[in-house]
Design a protein around this ligand. Structure first.
Ligand code: BTN
Length: 256
């Protein structure tokens, strides 16, 4: 249980090893699990990333957690929760390591241009509205080595900051930050009150980005997010709103 939050993490289900905390949280949600429940694991045998990828989840190396939420908001506003989570995790990491991480839109956290955290958000809705939202967060805490295919773009808090962050403290700080940002978000169901702060963490801000849209890729300058979480990209003096796709900055690691 997280001591100093109002509702998030009042119930924490901890696994030493499980398949995926998102899978466990989904089962819990289907069995009437409460809003604000957190599922954690020391290791995952089937850690899941976005776009069907896997997530490196060796014992002791990372923080693997999923928040089960039952937000009373419109379904069409739920996707912004992933940006709320990214901002909260960035703030929590900053508190713990005293270095400012950055956010690669929409929701990867990077330090020194390397990915140290990924977020996987899943939604279940019915005709009546949102049933539950799962926000799975994986932070690379003490990893020293990564599989060859991601070693150029992935890193850990230990490698970038030189300290072994206490995972319980990081979990508690993420909960504190998320609870507060979530309350702010739910008042308006948009990012109007969080946009400025989010943009302050944006790694691509005022940089050239390639929008890798399979139908029509293009290049422009990232100008920050809208209050709905779209990336504003300046192309030939016009602002284009990007709501999906992958953004990367040309000339760097290919990842940011
Ligand atoms: C990404 O691809 O960037 C998202 C990675 C999300 C990984 C976390 S680890 C905890 C939770 N359980 C999972 O299986 N995935 C998420």
């Amino acid at each position: 249980m997280i001591a100093d939050t109002l509702w998030l993490g009042k119930q924490v289900i901890q696994y030493k090893e499980t398949d995926s905390t998102n899978v466990r949280a989904r089962l819990l949600a289907q069995e009437q699990g409460a809003h604000g429940t957190i599922v954690t694991a020391e290791s995952q045998s089937a850690g899941r990333g976005r776009s069907g990828r896997s997530w490196e989840s060796k014992a002791g190396e990372g923080l693997f957690m999923t928040m089960l939420l039952r937000p009373k908001i419109q379904v069409e506003n739920a996707s912004m929760l992933t940006l709320v989570a990214a901002l909260s995790v960035a703030k929590a990491i900053e508190m713990c390591v005293k270095m400012q991480p950055q956010i690669k839109w929409p929701n990867d956290i990077v330090l020194n241009k390397k990915k140290i955290c990924g977020i996987l958000t899943e939604l279940n809705a019915t005709a009546e509205g949102i049933d539950y939202v799962l926000i799975g967060i994986g932070v690379n805490v003490t990893n020293r080595l990564f599989p060859a295919e991601i070693e150029d773009m992935a890193s850990s808090l230990l490698l970038e900051c030189g300290i072994s962050v206490n995972k319980e403290e990081l979990l508690a700080e993420i909960c504190r930050q998320f609870e507060s940002c979530y309350e702010v978000f739910c008042r308006t169901e948009d990012l109007s009150a969080l946009q400025k702060e989010y943009n302050g963490y944006l790694v691509n801000k005022d940089c050239q980005v390639n929008i890798l849209d399979p139908k029509a890729p293009f290049t422009g300058i990232a100008k920050g997010i809208t209050i709905r979480g779209e990336l504003q990209v300046e192309v030939s003096g016009e602002i284009v709103h990007v709501s999906s796709g992958e953004v990367s900055v040309r000339g760097m690691y290919g990842y940011v």
